[in-house]
Design a protein around this ligand. Structure first.
Ligand code: ADP
Ligand code: MG
Length: 386
């Protein structure tokens, strides 16, 4: 972690004259299930061992102060003010959570807070969801508010919608709140039912390569993909009225409708239908301890995202291509919305160092860009820091 917990705790005591309570909320990875969430499908996230740490104590008045240790910035306000988004980006995640809790009728008092995080910002590991969930949990605990973890996830999501202006799905906050050490969680994005699967990657480690690029196509293409999926559903419905979303469709349904569907929409729909099946396949492979198979399926996903769904980019494809040429790599894929961000990879433990070296140096040689590397393990969801 970037800063020692004990150091921040001591600084808190120096500034506020009282010992803080400490809470932790993790970032997340998604093993498989990409672009399935808005198609009512399945995702398979897990909480990771990188996290936000929130230090908090009541202020004894209506005044509240937030201190970002990492950015060396602070923000003061009154808990009784009516809250609206502000210019300091990070503050909005906090105000958004307060607003949601107050809207739900919960009584809050003033507090002082410091936070630090070792989740890389904007790399697709959901540092923002961790902020919302860590802070929400801190308030819930400090003021004895009766809010369950699943509700907290929804509060975080709404906070992000309303105060950060990001129309995110529920997966990030869900994983930060509901994650469990040693487990991935299969989430049904339609019903919000979920199921834990024990996971042991055995001889393999999870390694993320951050392409360090972010093409600004991401937002516009995201909206286009959503529309294309809707178009697919509308046509599939004409053949089978039971299809309300791509989650309800099979490849046979798609084959029946082929002559009526635009070629691009066909490929988009095919990817989503196949990806939902792949989530199920990975769950079975994990239960059977077939980690090589998990790697294979992740590669199929990458291929689908790159060729059929077309949300990859040359840098992400290159990271996968280089990794594929390395001994010890058994699979990987781009993770997240696409057009930049990270790849998630399974690599045999003994060869991890060699693969990292090879990927980073070949990537640099081809693109001139320094890839970042994150080695992550699966960890627990939000809670009091132990
Ligand atoms: P991510 O994929 O990491 O969630 P976002 O763009 O959704 O990326 O959220 C990143 C934002 O969250 C940052 O711009 C900042 O406002 C806030 N944030 C995350 N981590 C920190 C931190 N350690 N200190 C201050 N703000 C942070
Ligand atoms: Mg985010």
């Amino acid at each position: 972690m970037s800063r020692n917990i004990a150091d921040v705790k001591n600084t808190f005591i120096e500034i506020f004259g009282i010992e803080p309570e400490v809470f932790r909320a993790p970032g997340r990875i998604n093993i498989i299930g990409e672009h399935t969430d808005y198609n009512d499908g399945f995702v398979l996230p897990a909480a990771i061992d990188l996290a936000v740490y929130v230090f908090i104590q009541k202020s004894g008045s209506d005044r509240s102060k937030l201190i970002s240790v990492d950015l060396d910035e602070s923000y003061s306000f009154s808990i009784d003010e009516s809250l609206t988004p502000v210019g300091q980006g990070w503050v909005n995640y906090f105000l958004g959570v307060i607003d949601q809790l107050q809207q739900a009728g919960h009584e809050l008092e003033g507090f002082n807070l410091m936070f630090t995080s070792d989740i890389p910002i904007g790399s697709g590991l959901s540092s923002s969801a961790a902020l919302e969930c860590g802070f929400g949990e801190a308030l819930i605990d400090l003021f004895g508010i009766g809010v369950e973890k699943m509700e907290l996830a929804k509060i975080g999501q709404s906070a992000e919608h309303k105060f950060a202006g990001v129309k995110c799905g529920i997966m990030d906050q869900f994983a930060s709140c509901m994650g469990r050490d040693g487990h991935v969680v299969k989430l049904d994005c339609k019903s919000l039912e979920y199921e834990y699967y024990p996971v042991d990657f055995k001889a393999y480690d999870l390694v993320l390569f951050d392409s360090n690029v972010k093409h600004n196509l991401a937002d516009s293409q995201y909206n286009i993909r959503r529309n294309q999926c809707e178009e697919g559903v509308q046509i599939l419905q004409q053949f089978n009225a039971a299809i309300k979303s791509l989650r309800d469709a099979t490849l046979e349904d798609l084959a029946h409708a082929k002559s009526s569907i635009d070629e691009v929409v066909f490929r988009r729909s095919k990817y989503v239908i196949e990806e939902n099946t792949r989530v199920e396949e990975v769950c079975e492979a994990l239960l059977a301890g077939e980690i090589e198979k998990v790697g294979q399926i992740m590669l199929e996903t990458h291929n689908g995202l790159s060729k059929d769904y077309e949300v990859s980019c040359s840098e992400l494809d290159l990271l996968i291509e280089i990794a594929m040429s390395c001994d010890g790599f058994i699979g990987g894929r781009m993770m997240g919305g696409g057009f930049g961000g990270c790849t998630i990879n399974l690599i045999r433990k003994e060869q991890v160092d060699d693969v990292i070296e090879q990927v980073v140096s070949s990537y640099k040689k081809s693109t001139g860009i320094d890839a970042k590397v994150y080695r992550v393990a699966i960890g627990d969801g939000v809670g009091r820091h132990k």
